[in-house]
Design a binder for this molecule. Structure first.
Ligand code: SAM
Length: 290
């Protein structure tokens, strides 16, 4: 296990993932009923962007750094507010030294009835994560393979849940594991909202992955993609977020958010953003009353 998220925390891919996660959590809170967030690949919880590791790549500067420096249009600012309020709250003196990973972001947004289950397999990162939430009765961090947890921890006893699956993609076969993991999890907990992260880079089998998801016959699957540069070179050009059972508001929110993020975070003229239904658009539009 070589991947350490500290090198990438706050980059353009984290911006999209965390902005959407924050909005999905806020949507769930429209009802009083408790829910659980399961984060199968949690990382260490929050990140020091002034650390040697974060500074080595400086990726955050072209992600959260650009976003915080931007003069956001009103509708975009409103959609980013749940996410950016958390970032600002961690940095009361301005700027961004401390960046919330998905666990810290979720914890900051949760109400007293909500719960958070965190899985992290890297021993050092698990230890940091465990210490960060030690004594917090709403949070449980476990040193466990997230792929096992995905099935084993579902359905949550609250029967309402958000599941974030954010693997490092350092092993071959991760796209297949993601699709298999979703299939198994969805069989156990069909009403959950799932967020699956994937990389867009040269050679990544993204179209085949979308087709595999379509073949699962899961009724509602929305997808958002943001690439900040051409994928001709090596390295991460963009990322995608699959959202199973999305809030009915999310597609329209993405239509506002993605074009803005594309412009704000573009690194060359090949930047692109899109949102599309992998499954269920017509059924969803009907149910939604649109
Ligand atoms: N979700 C985090 C966030 O948004 O702040 C970032 C997670 S990072 C992309 C992926 C994490 O998964 C790393 O911390 C890595 O150590 C961990 N990891 C790798 N394989 C794992 C596995 N099989 N089960 C659980 N965690 C794993």
């Amino acid at each position: 296990m070589n991947y350490r998220h500290i090198y990438h925390a706050g980059n353009f891919a984290d911006v999209l993932k965390h902005a959407v996660l924050a909005n999905v959590i806020r949507y769930f809170q429209r009802k009083d009923a408790a829910f659980r967030i399961l984060d199968t690949h949690a990382g260490i919880g929050q990140y020091d962007l002034s650390s040697g590791e974060a500074e080595k790549t400086g990726e955050w500067r072209d992600g959260i750094g650009r976003l915080l420096a931007a003069d956001l249009p009103g509708d975009v600012a409103a959609l980013l507010q749940p996410y950016l309020d958390c970032v600002r709250a961690l940095n009361p003196d301005g700027g961004v030294k401390t960046y919330p990973g998905s666990p810290r972001l979720a914890r900051m947004l949760m109400r007293k009835q909500d719960r958070l289950s965190l899985m992290e397999l890297h021993p050092d990162d698990y230890e940091t994560l465990h210490v960060a939430f030690d004594g917090d009765y709403q949070v449980r961090a476990t040193h466990l393979d997230g792929w096992l947890a995905l099935a084993a921890h579902l359905p949550p006893k609250e029967r309402r849940g958000i599941v974030l699956v954010d693997p490092p993609f350092e092993e071959p076969g991760e796209f297949d594991r993601l699709a298999d993991g979703l299939a198994k999890a969805h069989r156990r907990f069909a009403t959950g909202t799932y967020l699956l992260w994937y990389p867009i880079k040269n050679g990544a089998p993204v179209s085949a992955f979308h087709q595999t998801l379509k073949d699962l016959a899961i009724p509602k699957i929305l997808c958002a993609e943001l690439s900040v540069r051409s994928d001709r070179d090596t390295g991460l050009a963009g990322s995608g977020l699959v959202v199973v059972n999305p809030p009915y508001t999310l597609a329209r929110e993405l239509d506002i958010l993605l074009p803005y993020l594309k412009t704000c975070l573009a690194q060359d003229r090949f930047a692109r953003a899109s949102r599309f239904w992998i499954a269920g658009e017509s059924a969803h539009e009907k149910e939604d009353g649109r």
